[in-house]
Design a protein around this ligand. Structure first.
Ligand code: NI
Length: 131
């Protein structure tokens, strides 16, 4: 563990305290760790490094066409997919999470293909890093 003093202008210190409050972080140190990790993840994704992530999809399971198309896309990109979790939200809606690992550009391409399928009600790519 390294310890160091940080000097911040008043407005930046105020923003840091706002971040602590917003994310219910225990202190400023935790807020700085949060920002460094966020920055690291963003760098890895923009540098097209190997990263991890999760694609979240909500769709109407009565649309069989969509389910088939989604399966086709997932098979095309099977080398990136670690696991898929499917839950039935209610009578009509399914929630699927597709956990992925690979080059950032490939994961983005897979997420774009899935989220763009006709009938997807909500889709989002959650980006993280592998290490
Ligand atoms: Ni379902």
């Amino acid at each position: 563990m390294k310890r160091f003093g940080v000097s911040l202008e008043d407005n930046l210190a105020k923003e840091l305290d706002g971040l602590v409050k917003k994310h219910r972080l225990p202190n400023r140190s935790q807020a700085i760790r949060f920002l460094i990790r966020k920055h690291t993840v963003e760098e890895k994704w923009s540098g097209n490094e190997e990263v991890g992530g999760c694609i979240v999809l909500v769709y109407d399971h009565h649309k069989r066409d969509l389910v088939n198309k989604s399966m086709d896309v997932q098979h095309q990109y099977q080398h990136l997919i670690l696991c898929i979790q499917h839950v039935h939200l209610d009578h009509d809606n399914c929630l699927e999470t597709v956990m992925v690992k690979g080059r950032a550009s490939e994961l983005r391409a897979l997420a774009d293909r899935l989220i763009a399928l006709k009938g997807i009600k909500h889709g989002e790519l959650v980006m993280t890093a592998t290490h």
